[in-house]
Design a binder for this molecule. Sequence first.
Ligand SMILES: *Cc1c(COP(=O)(O)O)cnc(C)c1O
Length: 390
Amino acid sequence: MSRINVMKPWFGAEEIAALEKVIESGWVAQGPQVAQFETRFAEAMDASFAVATSNCTTALHLALVVAGIRPGDDVVVPSFSFIATANAPTYVGARPVFADVDRATGNVTVDTIAAALTERTTAVIAVDQGGMPVDLDPIRALCDPRGIVVIEDSACGAGSTYHGAPVGAGAELTAWSFHPRKILTTGEGGMLTSSHQYWADRARRLREHSMSVSASARHESVLAPPEEYHEIGFNYRMTDLQAAVGIVQLGRLSEIVARRREIAATYAEALSDIDGIRLVSDPAWGASNFQSLWLEVTLEFPLTREQLLEHLAANEVSARRGIMASHRQPAYRDRDTGNADLAVTELLTDSTLILPVFHQMTASEIDQVIDSIREAAGTRIRRFSTAVRI
Ligand SMILES: *Cc1c(COP(=O)(O)O)cnc(C)c1O
């Protein structure tokens, strides 16, 4: 039995060839490859504008800056998310206010957001958690008339769809991640897409110290024009090395998503008769890329979530605890993060685990995961009958 990891990036010779070309060109920092990646990514996601960044966390930070979120503002975010979602508002001096999520999808809903709104709420970050499309239209219908900006954190969402369109299409601001744990990877990397040219242009300048002339424009001219710095910016650039890999990866997106959905369907069918576990599935309004295919372990299952993780590990299956609850982390525990009831967040974070799903996964690896879970499901029957006999 070989060890099965929860995720593996999928690379081929094309990524290596793309990197070679960039290295041979001598220009490895942000330049023509980044520009091309932005154009192609915007096309693929039905977005008007795309700005590449160093990662999704910096894309979220830029989103909040261009949306005008300031110290004293409240930003509603799910606690049930990677901690970067909550951290981003703190970078602009705002307060993250935690909203609960829906048990079926693990996503915020119009109701959980409404319950967390305050008089000071100026933005909401809605996450496509684990690739599961968030039901954004009702959230926009709640927030838009109140002047609350809705930012989509689609770190995990490339290739997922909402009402037939790519998630994030039409959103005012959407942040994406290219970390190896996500769907496409550039090592580290991120993207901010927007329907507003002014916001995209400002984010483009802010990621490069708010320089009036970009580094690549200065490189192209023999006598570089003088540059000015109109506001305090950041260095949140992606490199051309990363973007070249990203362009190739983007070409693999539909294949990656199709394979992940196939693996998810295989698990769902093979585990459908087992009581006490629930595998996350597509909502009525879209299709998930299953970036994180999670399983809820309920009280009817003979093992607890921790015991099931241990059982899987003993079978060389490296599953992972489910999505974290940010409000329980030391960084947030003693902060005022609002008064919303986070019962579903706590239930899901304690009772879910993420199953291995990656493009190159073989049939026998999938079987190894399924067999381990089925074996775990059978333990009560054996234990129970022994107990009865005694
Ligand atoms: C991974 C992740 C991020 C952070 O992405 P980076 O590219 O690592 O900065 C933010 N939000 C969510 C929901 C994530 O899963």
